[in-house]
Design a protein around this ligand. Structure first.
Ligand SMILES: NC(=O)c1ccc[n+]([C@@H]2O[C@H](COP(=O)([O-])OP(=O)(O)OC[C@H]3O[C@@H](n4cnc5c(N)ncnc54)[C@H](OP(=O)(O)O)[C@@H]3O)[C@@H](O)[C@H]2O)c1
Length: 327
């Protein structure tokens, strides 16, 4: 099978196409013929070697796929031919990938494989950060950073469905109009405006919840925008710098800082992560939530796909297509 290999930590030249044997499913696993694989920002951080506990090269990247079950291991209640979506522990950028059956679900009705591959990591993260971890309530104010990104566009839609007042940051007017079109009430171009000042101006007391995927100074400044008894969920460091917090601010304001990591939560508390799936699938099937598909690249163009995201051109989801044979 054809697959992408990261041959060493570093730039995009470290992404290479190789021919390898198809992986064989063990107990509780199934093999999927991949029709589409989602790309996530973490894939880029892992390739660069900037990801805490990330894989050691050589490896095949990719955390989520959609496709057709091709072979099943012992104890798996699925049949070859079924169309599925799966979260995978690496190996998604390939013509075939192995998945543990606990992270596999049906393709939502009416979904293309690209839309299906574009939903698990980013929508589950957005749902869990807002609801499972962040406990968002109706009419609360939430600040979502990188609001036009993959997780961001999912979070804006979910917060809109929850009846929240949404502050969203992004770096360009085009990105902000995307976020606004999805329900962001206060789009903030953080290059031109201080997001803390905007929150101060528009609220009496700050926001109730912050979703921080950027890290660095954005994390510490976000605390200034958070009200007393507010919650902040930290789940990424797209800036390349982890956030640094002064705990005196946190304790005087009775604030909560929560960490979220999908992979570790899925391994240690799978039910807590996966309980969001039925709600998400129902909203995606009825169209109240939509995967914001941006661009699809072929497997051979994987370097261009990473460049598109690294250069901050992407809005919503970017997907890889291993083969044209089934389109
Ligand atoms: N903890 C978890 O389980 C989990 C799961 C999924 C995602 N994440 C994290 O959530 C974040 C979003 O992931 P995603 O896949 O949806 O990516 P994304 O939001 O589509 O892309 C990242 C965005 O971050 C913003 N950004 C800010 N500083 C940046 C910098 N120095 N370099 C590049 N981008 C920068 C950019 O938006 P602007 O141009 O608008 O600033 C960029 O478009 C990432 O940090 C990712 O690691 C965490």
């Amino acid at each position: 099978m054809k697959c992408v290999r990261v041959t060493g930590h570093g730039g995009r030249e470290r992404l290479e196409i190789e021919e390898r044997e198809k992986p064989e499913p063990g107990q509780g696993e199934l093999r999927i013929e991949v029709r589409a694989a989602g790309i996530n920002f973490a894939d880029i951080m892992q390739r660069r070697g900037d990801y805490h506990g990330g894989p050691t090269p050589p490896y095949t990247p990719g955390m989520e796929v959609a496709g057709v079950v091709d072979a099943v291991g012992e104890g798996v209640g699925r049949e070859p031919g079924e169309e599925v979506v799966a979260m995978v522990d690496g190996g998604g950028y390939a013509e075939y990938a192995l998945a543990d059956a606990t992270g596999v679900f049906d393709v939502p009705e009416g979904f293309s494989f690209e839309e299906a591959a574009g939903f698990p990591v980013q929508f589950l993260t957005a749902h869990n950060c807002l609801h499972g971890w962040g406990r968002l309530e109706e009419a609360e104010a939430v600040l979502i950073h990188a609001a036009a990104g993959g997780v961001g566009t999912a979070a804006v839609q979910l917060a809109r469905e929850a009846g929240a007042e949404i502050f969203g940051t992004a770096s360009t007017a085009e990105k902000l109009s995307k976020a606004e079109s999805l329900g962001c009430d206060h789009p903030i171009n953080y290059v031109e405006e201080d997001f803390v000042e905007v929150v101060d101006r528009e609220t009496d007391h700050g926001v109730d919840l912050v979703l921080d995927s950027v890290g660095g100074e954005t994390t510490s400044r976000s605390l200034e925008a958070l009200r007393h008894f507010g919650r902040m969920v930290v789940f990424g460091a797209a800036s390349g710098e982890p956030g640094r917090l002064r705990t005196d601010n946190v304790l005087f304001a009775n604030q909560e800082i929560l960490g979220y990591h999908l992979g570790h939560a899925l391994r240690l508390q799978p039910m807590r992560v996966m309980e969001a799936v039925p709600d998400l699938v129902q909203h995606l099937e009825t169209g109240t939530l939509e995967v914001q598909l941006d661009r699809t690249f072929t497997l051979d163009a994987v370097r261009d796909a990473h460049a598109y995201i690294e250069n901050r051109e992407s809005m919503g989801k970017v997907v890889l297509r291993p083969t044209d044979a089934h389109l």
